[in-house]
Design a protein around this ligand. Sequence first.
Ligand code: HEC
Ligand code: HEC
Ligand code: HEC
Ligand code: HEC
Ligand code: HEC
Length: 213
Amino acid sequence: MTQRRKWAIIPGLVALAAVAALLSAYTGAMQQQQQQQAPDTVITERGAWGYSAASSPQGRAPVQPIAFPHPTHVQTLGMNCLYCHFAANKSTDPGLPAMSTCMGCHLVVGPNRPAMNGRPARVSEGITTLTNYWKKKQPVPWVRVHYLPDYVNFPHMRHVNAGVTCQTCHGPVQKMTRVYQYASLNMGWCVNCHVGNVNPAWKARYDCSVCHY
Ligand code: HEC
Ligand code: HEC
Ligand code: HEC
Ligand code: HEC
Ligand code: HEC
């Protein structure tokens, strides 16, 4: 969501709506199929509808350069989501943790893991890869899971500050060995909550210009 195109996009949107109607049967079938698959199934290909003018597809779970385990950090270590996604309550974009956030611990918790909790001593592939990026002074090239098209305005902080939990939209990330897209991120999904169907306390404006530039 870097380039914010203006109202000139609207005629294009109308054309897109026609295309969307044609594709909707197909998309619906695909999404149903995706929901039936195990949550961690890799869906790296974007479907025919996955042109840049649409949201990322439900079930999307790209392979990451490091198999970062949310369950270890959130459940075992008890870390708060905002420790790493530091801007979710302040900004449109929640942000991904900087290398220094990881290395604050992983300079101490290094690749050589001692025997622990009944597991034998081992070398952690994930922490080795992380340390190699750090030595090369390179950021980890995380693959983005969720994205909305450029013509949609989505302010994270408004939602987080209104008390909508991360899990309402992202599902049980604390249990995901690999992050996958839990919700459809389509327009109906947004509007359904804004009209108050998910929780009457979460009513929000839903005129077109609220979400579209
Ligand atoms: C609460 C947020 C929200 C509101 C309000 C909203 N939209 Fe959308 N709209 C979206 C999102 C998100 C998408 C992207 C959907 C996708 O890619 O699946 C979208 C996509 C579209 C598209 C592209 C075609 C498509 O379905 O993929 C058109 C056209 C559109 N909106 C028109 C409108 C009009 C007209 C209104 C007012 C009646 C409106 N929108 C109100 C969130 C919203
Ligand atoms: C120790 C740091 C850390 C903590 C704590 C953490 N995350 Fe993450 N999160 C990451 C990293 C690194 C990525 C990118 C790699 C990936 O997708 O697995 C990520 C990715 C994500 C994504 C996918 C982003 C995208 O590309 O679309 C979501 C959603 C997410 N985290 C939500 C959460 C939630 C919700 C919590 C709390 C329950 C949480 N995270 C706690 C580090 C963290
Ligand atoms: C608060 C300290 C802390 C922070 C911050 C932290 N980690 Fe960890 N991480 C740990 C601990 C402790 C373990 C468990 C090590 C074990 O099981 O032996 C771990 C485990 C891991 C593992 C799995 C190791 C394995 O093979 O089981 C990976 C990969 C990892 N961390 C990557 C990251 C990345 C990437 C970041 C930054 C986004 C990060 N960590 C931030 C403390 C932290
Ligand atoms: C109302 C639904 C909703 C809530 C609540 C929500 N998110 Fe998101 N999140 C989204 C959507 C939609 C996107 C895609 C945004 C885009 O492309 O602009 C996203 C994208 C992300 C990303 C990837 C964007 C990036 O910066 O790389 C992360 C990380 C993330 N969310 C973390 C969180 C965390 C952590 C929380 C809770 C503190 C949270 N989200 C709460 C809907 C939500
Ligand atoms: C689970 C419920 C939920 C979902 C899903 C959701 N929203 Fe919201 N949205 C809210 C709430 C609650 C607010 C805060 C209203 C307030 O602050 O008064 C809000 C506020 C907003 C605002 C600011 C509205 C204003 O009055 O300025 C925008 C823009 C927005 N949402 C866009 C979206 C888009 C785009 C999507 C889908 C990609 C989406 N929302 C999905 C609940 C939701």
